[in-house]
Ligand binder design. Structure first.
Ligand code: EPU
Length: 362
């Protein structure tokens, strides 16, 4: 366990914002998490668990507490046969190293999520997804440290309440409760099959790629991303800054009346019942509100992919707040829809309903 004092969050996050944290602890093995939590309890300081800092925003006030950075590495094959691979991956591994490893071995399930910045351990938190795949589709379970009972536990994916950019780890009563240490995935030995995500299919057609293997799809996605999305190592951003929007039938009708294209897809819910999903591309809203390529308080709405806010010159999270407000207001005025921020702010994580439950009891 490595401890550093007074580290700026701007150093730890790809958006390059944020004041200091009291302590930064890096853990290299699952066992070290209990030492880190004990250290925090002795000092009576809150803790925040961080991966690569690619989907979080540091605030000007910093984090008065302890940031624990997951540096647990390793790939462990639990089972491999001609159809499937069961693989346990250290939460501190770089996500794309994992995608490369399995795609090269000819296993399918995560290749469309090539080049997503961040770590493996952070992937289930917001159920990362791209080009038609989501983590929830291949994740089997995670090993976690449960800070409520100070014990190591295993959580099956079926208990993670996954949906678009959502899980028990980033919402509800268990928000902030678990530190994900390792993730286990099940991948299939097979080639990816169409239908593919629209822009992926266009790329494949344009480049006359018809042999669909995990590696060819990985290459295609990597090339599309390289053209459109800024490399966080060189250009500060937190990936998509706004979420896409899912509406109910009546809000979708209202949005359609304002000229917003709605993508309707038939889906099955957890109980197998059919329902219609109404999706709005927030990139379309930003572009058609005339915001693409414009700069607000030092943040540019990317002219290649409008969901991305690029930090061109800002050093304060207050400027980000102002930029967000202006962008959100303009979209609301034009289309009547409210944008939601995708990356999370680094602050003490509290369960979202415990307080209410306690009040109910008293
Ligand atoms: N669009 C525009 N203008 C734009 C961008 C998008 O009109 O500037 C419309 C187009 O109709 C386009 C559609 O939105 O066909 C979808 O755009 P794109 O495929 O570029 O993806 P996205 O919706 O902007 C989401 C994810 C990305 C992920 C891509 C590809 C979210 C918040 N973002 O973006 O994930 O790479 O799909 O699957 O869901 C991230 O989460 O950080 C991220 C980069």
């Amino acid at each position: 366990m490595k401890i550093r004092e007074n580290v700026n969050l701007s150093e730890l996050t790809t958006m390059r914002l944020g004041g200091p944290t009291d302590f930064l602890i890096e853990i290299d093995t699952p066992e070290e998490i209990s030492d880190a939590v004990e250290f925090a309890e002795e000092k009576n300081l809150p803790v925040y668990f961080l991966g690569a800092g690619a989907n979080v925003i540091g605030l000007d006030e910093g984090f008065p507490g302890i940031i624990i950075k997951n540096n647990i590495k390793g790939f462990k094959i639990l089972r491999e046969n001609k159809n499937q691979l069961l693989l346990k991956v250290g939460g501190g591994e770089i996500w794309d190293d994992f995608v490369e490893f399995v795609s090269k071995k000819g296993y399918s399930g995560v290749e469309a999520m090539s080049k997503i910045p961040g770590t493996v351990g952070a992937a289930p938190v917001q159920n990362i997804g791209a080009y038609g795949q989501e983590v929830k589709d291949t994740l089997v379970s995670v090993e976690a440290f449960d800070t409520l009972i100070d014990e190591f536990i295993e959580i099956p994916a079926s208990k993670m309440d996954f949906s678009y950019r959502h899980s028990i780890f980033n919402s509800g009563k268990d928000k902030g409760r678990y530190f994900i240490l390792t993730c286990t995935f099940r991948l299939d030995k097979k080639n990816p099959e169409p239908p593919f995500y629209k822009s992926l299919q266009s790329y494949l057609d344009e480049h006359k790629i018809s042999a669909y293997t995990p590696e060819t799809i990985r290459d295609a996605v990597s090339n599309i991303r390289a053209e459109k999305l800024p490399d966080p190592k060189k250009i500060p951003s937190a990936g998509s800054f706004f979420k896409n929007i899912y509406l109910d039938a009546s809000s979708a009708k209202l949005a359609e009346e304002k000229g917003v294209p709605i993508r309707k897809t038939e889906k099955l819910d957890a109980s197998g019942k059919k329902y219609i999903e109404y999706k709005v591309n927030t990139g379309w809203l930003l572009e058609n509100a005339g915001l693409k390529g414009k700069t607000f308080h030092g943040f540019k709405v990317s002219d290649k992919a409008a969901l991305i806010l690029i930090n061109e010159s800002a050093t304060s999270s207050k400027d980000l707040e102002l930029a967000k407000q202006e962008i959100t207001d303009q979209v609301k005025k034009k289309f009547g829809l409210t944008l939601e921020q995708e990356p999370v702010e680094i602050k003490e994580e509290k369960p979202e309903t415990n307080k209410v439950q306690k009040e109910d009891i008293s």
